[in-house]
Design a protein around this ligand. Structure first.
Ligand code: ADP
Ligand code: MG
Length: 433
């Protein structure tokens, strides 16, 4: 433990604040990967080349999408093909996977039938709501398509039948409605989407619920699985769930992360980590930051301390009720707080384009063991650098164990994680170049 955190903190603070400010300005002014022909965002196709309904095309442009990303250009023709194909797709964070599967969902609905035909499963409440909002945006010009959220807080009286065409929700609620209350007929579902598919079918995730829902689907139901990560074991299992899948992997994990610069900061205990956070906070002038802690308790501790020191910070963890969680995320999206302290509950899927910095207050490990959790690391830092923007990820290191983890992430993803040593001004200067 660091017993004298204040000693060299202030000189260090100023340097780090200066560094982070400069870095952010540089990153915000630089081009995005959309200009790079090798980027997963660049595709030769135009949306017109993907034969989708005119109303969808109109909505795509209204959403500000000028051309499809690589995953959209590759996946959409397969997703919209007749007869429908099953697709298992991997593409790095922030490449527009949501629009790809939402466009497929909207295309398959038969408006003349008043029962659910599409279900989309997401791992968290926040992600389900975010996906529903994109669905509503892309359905802007489609008259009479209806959608309902099956998430915590939404009640379905046991005798009621769902009449909406699309259900977006979390596995527990969809299982209750589809199997326990029989509020809709799973065998009539034409499209089954699993977002963040690897975590949904992994044993630590929502495995059992997803399998039960999946078992009740018709064999003709189109299966669509998307994620930024699949390990070999999960991929093997997914292939067993999905008949004759077409598999797209764009690009492989190691090729990701080009637009996210990674750093580590040497700290001496939690108080020293706290000082680093304060410095980083001071350096954010344009963007926003997400700080990941490994426990709700430490997220609460850190946010309280920052708030007591006069910073505007939000905290979001699983102990809050869903309305509170959504309210906090909405405020953060609106830029009302610069910093959001959270846990792994927000590590996947959440898209806030202004996030320029992700800080790992604690390094992600597999279920609290000492082993590196590569997928969670990739998903966490993927909350920045959305759709070709540039971002910064900073790992706070205060033990040999943390250092080993940071080295493991560096080796695994084959991308350098550079020391952010604010005591050495030359080094800071070089880093800026
Ligand atoms: P992923 O699920 O791959 O992590 P998202 O679906 O959350 O990524 O999309 C990331 C961001 O990119 C979103 O803000 C979305 O609005 C934007 N986006 C998606 N497709 C396009 C496109 N074709 N052109 C421009 N922006 C896009
Ligand atoms: Mg996503």
């Amino acid at each position: 433990m660091d017993k004298s955190p204040k000693k060299d903190t202030f000189a260090k603070s100023r340097k780090l604040v200066h560094y982070v400010k400069e870095k952010l300005n540089e990153l915000m002014n630089s081009g995005t990967d959309e200009d790079d022909p090798n980027s997963p965002l660049v595709s030769i196709k135009r949306f017109e080349d993907i034969h989708m309904e005119p109303d969808l095309l109109k909505a795509v442009y209204a959403a500000g999408f000028n051309r499809p990303s690589k995953i959209q250009a590759n996946a959409l023709p397969l997703l919209l093909a007749d007869p429908p194909l099953n697709l298992v797709a991997q593409s790095q964070s922030g490449t527009g996977k949501t629009a790809a599967f939402v466009l497929a969902m909207l295309t398959r609905v038969n408006k003349d039938l008043d029962h659910p035909q599409v279900i989309c499963l997401c791992p968290t409440y926040e992600l389900a709501i975010q996906t529903g909002e994109i669905c509503a945006k892309l359905a802007l010009y489609m008259k009479n398509i209806t959608m309902i959220y099956a998430v915590s807080g939404e009640h379905m009286p046991p005798s009621c039948q769902v009449t909406q065409h699309i259900i977006i929700g979390t596995p527990g609620k969809i299982m209750d409605w589809g199997i326990k209350y029989k509020s809709f007929d799973l065998s009539k579902i034409r499209v089954f989407v699993l977002d963040e598919a690897d975590t949904m079918v992994s044993t630590q995730g929502h495995h059992d619920q997803c399998i039960r829902i999946h078992r009740n689907l018709a064999t003709s139901c189109q299966m669509i699985f998307f994620s930024a990560t699949y390990d070999e074991e999960v991929l093997h299992f997914v292939k067993f769930m999905v008949a004759d899948p077409t598999i797209i992997r764009l690009p492989r994990e190691q090729e990701c992360l080009d637009n996210i610069k990674q750093y580590y900061v040497m700290c001496r205990g939690e108080e020293s980590k706290y000082s680093s956070i304060q410095n980083i906070y001071g350096g954010i002038t344009i963007g926003q930051a997400i700080i990941f802690c490994n426990t709700r308790k430490s997220a609460a501790w850190l946010s309280k301390k920052l708030i007591n020191d006069g910073h505007s910070v939000a905290v979001l963890s699983g102990e809050l009720n869903v309305e509170e969680r959504l309210g906090i995320l909405d405020r953060f999206r609106a830029g009302l707080e610069k910093v959001l302290v959270t846990t792994n509950v927000l590590s996947r899927g959440i898209d806030v384009s202004q996030v320029t910095i992700v800080v790992n207050f604690h390094m992600p490990t597999l279920h609290g063991s000492g082993y590196p959790d590569y997928d969670t690391y990739l998903h966490r830092i993927g909350r920045t650098g959305r759709f070709g923007k540039h971002g910064i990820a900073i790992n706070l290191i205060d033990s040999e164990r943390d250092m080993k983890l940071s080295l493991a992430f560096e080796a695994h993803f084959k991308k350098p994680i550079a020391l952010l040593n604010t005591n050495d001004s030359d080094e800071v200067q070089n880093l800026e170049n």
